[in-house]
Design a protein around this ligand. Structure first.
Ligand code: SF4
Ligand SMILES: [Zn+2]
Length: 351
C-alpha cells in the first residue's frame, strides 16, 4: 500500500512530522536527572578505551522535524535551569568508570545551541571535564549551525584537551537529506562547520544514516558509499547509523503501514567494506542498534546476531577481514532485494 498520510500534496515534510509529534505523550523526568547515562567502549588514538555517554535532558532540539527522530520525546517539559543541568552532570559523573575514559555528550539536540545549554553552563561542564585527568577526550553532538568559530574556541579553551564535534550529516546528498529526512541543512553547512571546528583545534565526527525512508535498499546502499567518500575529507571519524524505527516518527507510521523496512545488515557490511577500502585513513564505525528486531536493521533473523557482532568487531578493529567467511542463505535473497527494489519505487520488496 502506498504511503497515505493525513496530508495534502502541498503539505511539507515538516508539517507532517510536526503533526505526528503532536499526538505523542512526553514522559516526565525530573529536570535534575539526565535522560540516560551508560558506560561502554570506544576508540581513542587507535586503542579501545572506556566511555561514558551522557544524554542531557534539555529543552530539546530546536529543529525537531526529522523523519526518523524520536529523541525529541526525551526533552524536558520546561527548560532545565543552570543548576538542574549541573545536577544532571554530577549525577552522570557519579557513574563514570574508575580508569581513563572518554565522555560522549548528547542532548537529544545540540550541545552547542545556547538555547539548550547556555554558554555559562557549557563552560562549567567542559571546565570540570577538563580538570578530571581520567578523561582523555570529549565528544559532543550538535547541528552544524551552532558550530561557530567563537563557540568552538570557547569549548576548546574551557576543556583544554581533545574535543570532537559530532554532526548528524546523515548523507552527502542534499536531495536525500531534504526530501527523505527533512534535516534542514546542506552539505555546504556541514563543510563550513567542520572547517570552523578544525580551525579551533577540534576534530570532527559525522553520523550518516543508512536507509532513510523513501529509498530502495540499493539506492540507500549506494548513497552511503558515496556519502562516506564525500564526508571523509571533513570528518576523521564516520559513524554509519543503521536506521531503526523509533516511536512517534514518520518512519514509525510508514513501518506500521508496511511502507518501510529497516536496512539489511548485509547492506551495512557492504557499506563498511567498500567505504573502508576507499578511505583507509578514516575511522569507520557502526553500532547496529536494535539489530535483529523487526524495528531494527536485520537479515533473516538466523544470521542477525553473527552479522551484527561482526559489524561491532569491525568498528573496534577497523579491519574488513572480520567480514570474511560471513555468510548465510539469505545473502542471495538480499542481493535480489537490492536488484528488484529498484522497480518498486522505494516500497519494501520484503519486510
Ligand atoms: S536535528 Fe537531530 S535531534 Fe533534531 S530532529 Fe533532527 S535528528 Fe532529531
Ligand atoms: Zn541470514
Amino acid at each position: 500500500m502506498p504511503l497515505k498520510l493525513s496530508m495534502k500534496n502541498t503539505m511539507s515534510l515538516t508539517s507532517v512530522v510536526r503533526e505526528i509529534r503532536q499526538k505523542q505523550k512526553i514522559k516526565f523526568n525530573p529536570p535534575d536527572r539526565p535522560t540516560a547515562v551508560w558506560t561502554g567502549k570506544d576508540l581513542f588514538d587507535g586503542k579501545l578505551i572506556n566511555s561514558l555517554t551522557i544524554i542531557f535532558q534539555t529543552s530539546g532540539c530546536r529543529w525537531n522535524s526529522c523523519a526518523m527522530c524520536g529523541y525529541v520525546y526525551d526533552s524536558a517539559r520546561t527548560p532545565p535551569s543552570h543548576d538542574d543541568l549541573i545536577k544532571q552532570f554530577e549525577n552522570a559523573m557519579s557513574r563514570c568508570p574508575e580508569e581513563e575514559f572518554m565522555v560522549k555528550i548528547f542532548t537529544s539536540g545540540s550541545f552547542l545551541d545556547d538555547c539548550e545549554i547556555s554558554g555559562e553552563t557549557r563552560k562549567e561542564i567542559l571546565s570540570r571535564l577538563g580538570k578530571d585527568d581520567r578523561i582523555k577526550k570529549v565528544i559532543a553532538e550538535t547541528r552544524p549551525e551552532y558550530v561557530t568559530p567563537e563557540r568552538s574556541d570557547e569549548a576548546i579553551a574551557a576543556l583544554g584537551k581533545p574535543f570532537e564535534v559530532a554532526i548528524g550529516l546523515e548523507t552527502s546528498s542534499d536531495m536525500i537529506r531534504k526530501d527523505c529526512i527533512n534535516k534542514g541543512f546542506t552539505f555546504a553547512d556541514f563543510v563550513m562547520a567542520s572547517e570552523d571546528a578544525k580551525a579551533a583545534g577540534a576534530s570532527v565526527k559525522a553520523y550518516l544514516m543508512l536507509k532513510p525512508p523513501f529509498l530502495s535498499e540499493g539506492v540507500a546502499l549506494n548513497d552511503m558509499v558515496r556519502s562516506i567518500n564525500d564526508a571523509a575529507p571533513y570528518a576523521g571519524t564516520i559513524s554509519v547509523n543503521l536506521c531503526n524505527v523509533q516511536k512517534g516518527t514518520l518512519v514509525d507510521e510508514m513501518f506500521e503501514r508496511g511502507d518501510y523496512r529497516p536496512p539489511w545488515l548485509w547492506s551495512a557490511v557492504e557499506v563498511l567494506k567498500t567505504g573502508k577500502a576507499s578511505n583507509p585513513g578514516t575511522i569507520l564505525m557502526s553500532d547496529p542498534v536494535a539489530a535483529g528486531s523487526a524495528r531494527g536493521p536485520h537479515n533473516c533473523r538466523i544470521c542477525d546476531r553473527d552479522v551484527a557482532e561482526a559489524i561491532r568487531v569491525f568498528s573496534v578493529a577497523q579491519d574488513v577481514s572480520v567480514f570474511e567467511g560471513l555468510d548465510c542463505e539469505c545473502r542471495e535473497l538480499w542481493k535480489k532485494v537490492v536488484e528488484l527494489e529498484e522497480f518498486t519505487f522505494g516500497a519494501p520488496f520484503l519486510i
